[in-house]
Design a protein around this ligand. Structure first.
Ligand code: G
Ligand code: MN
Length: 390
């Protein structure tokens, strides 16, 4: 194990996979010059042999290759190593390819002609992120004493299947300025000790290429609950990958019948622009009757791509903006500006993660239309009781 372990001091090993010799060599030279130890492979099959023989810190692979192509390689890589970042290169970008790459956990998706400096920067980042992921897993394994643990593909698959059987939806009320119920947000919850948090479940689904199945399962659970409740409004979290699932826009989908009572939340944390024609998808969803919300607004993304792409009906302010807002002038200014801009644009603003009465008074004063948080109700089985402290 020790000789295969990567530590920050060692040169990083990068596997470059491309059937085009001139390009492969040029990439190899660039990356060697940047201090990486480069191993070249002429196709996916050869790459898998290298991966079986030793650990890499990053893989850079072409998509179109004879024998085993880049996407099959991406799937194969995950059976050997759940952490190594894979950068996928393509000559002809299509939404389908980008989708498949995302689904199988590609770290980045680059289009030819390649700018070698840009490739070098991506590899640099990939190596760092991969090392963080590995260190995190090693720490987790040491702490939980799970040899292999979630690092073992077959084991992870079994755990994930078990998790799917016990997943349930908690609901958290979203209320208006008078404390009256406006909607419930459905939140994924797991009873599986090895994947106890929604983040862990999503992470496993992503590694296993099961995001689509997970999204469908959660939507059907919520659809069943909401069908019993004749008029309630449902907020539902989508993974960006769900946006590209045809089942989501299908008229036969479990949720389709109550689409006019559903607000789909799409997180601003994701790089949506990578996902192809998100705008067209959002338009189809709106045609079906769904409304769209941007989730976690202000959680670190500076740009406003998500606004332009999604034209949301509702905006949810990230709880990092809400926490302690009564004590923080910068947060107050930001929330005030966002609330008034959104109001002008006809969008409703939800302040998430309200925990204290002071925070509640403050976000209402600054113009939030709706509020959600532990102060009002913790997420729980359908449906928790609302406490309104004002
Ligand atoms: O990404 P999204 O905004 O959908 O995540 C909501 C998460 O935040 C849920 O897991 C929910 O349990 C949690 N949450 C909801 N209200 C509060 C709150 O008032 N405080 C904190 N810390 N977490 C909250
Ligand atoms: Mn949410």
């Amino acid at each position: 194990m020790t000789n295969r372990e990567s530590s920050p001091g060692k040169p990083s090993r990068v596997l470059v996979v491309d059937d085009e010799e001139a390009l492969r060599r040029a990439l190899g030279r660039t990356l060697s010059a940047a201090g990486h130890e480069v191993v070249e492979a002429i196709d996916g099959a050869q790459a898998l042999e290298h991966l079986a023989a030793g650990r890499f810190d990053a893989v850079l692979t072409d998509i179109m290759m004879p024998e085993l192509d880049g996407l099959s390689l991406l799937k194969g890589v995950r059976q050997h190593d759940l952490d190594v970042p894979v950068i996928v290169v393509t000559g002809s970008p299509t939404i389908e390819r980008a989708m498949a790459a995302v689904e199988h956990g590609a770290f980045a998706f680059l289009t030819k002609p390649l700018d070698l400096g840009n490739v070098r920067d991506h590899v640099e980042r990939a190596v760092k992120v991969g090392r963080i992921a590995r260190a995190k897993r090693e720490a987790l394994e040491a702490l939980t004493g799970m040899a292999g643990g979630a690092g073992d593909y077959a084991g992870l698959e079994t755990t994930f299947e078990r998790t799917m059987q016990t997943l349930w939806s908690a609901y958290q009320p979203i209320v208006d300025r008078d404390g009256k119920l406006y909607a419930h947000e459905a939140l994924m919850r797991s009873r599986e000790p090895e994947l106890p948090h929604p983040g862990a479940v999503l992470d496993a689904a992503e590694r296993l290429g099961r995001l689509v199945a997970l999204g469908r399962h959660m939507r059907s659970l919520s659809a069943a609950t909401m069908a019993d409740d004749a008029s309630g409004l449902l907020f539902l979290n989508l993974h960006p990958r769900d946006l590209l699932d045809d089942e989501l826009v299908s008229l036969d989908a479990p949720l389709a019948r109550i689409a006019h009572r559903v607000v789909l939340e799409i997180t601003e944390r994701a790089a949506l622009e990578k996902l192809g024609d998100v705008k067209a998808r959002a338009d189809v969803l709106r045609e079906r009757g769904y409304r769209i919300a941007i989730d976690d607004l202000g959680a670190g993304y500076a740009g406003l791509t998500s606004f332009a792409l999604l034209e949301p009906d509702i905006v949810k302010l990230d709880m990092t903006l809400v926490r302690g807002i009564d004590q923080n002038a910068t947060k107050q200014k930001l929330v005030k500006t966002m609330s008034s801009l959104c109001t002008d644009l006809g969008m409703l603003v939800v302040a998430e993660g309200v925990e204290t009465k002071e925070e509640l008074l403050c976000v209402l004063e600054l113009g939030s239309h709706l509020v959600q948080g532990y102060l009002i109700a913790r997420p729980g089985p359908a449906f928790p009781t609302i406490r309104w402290p004002l």
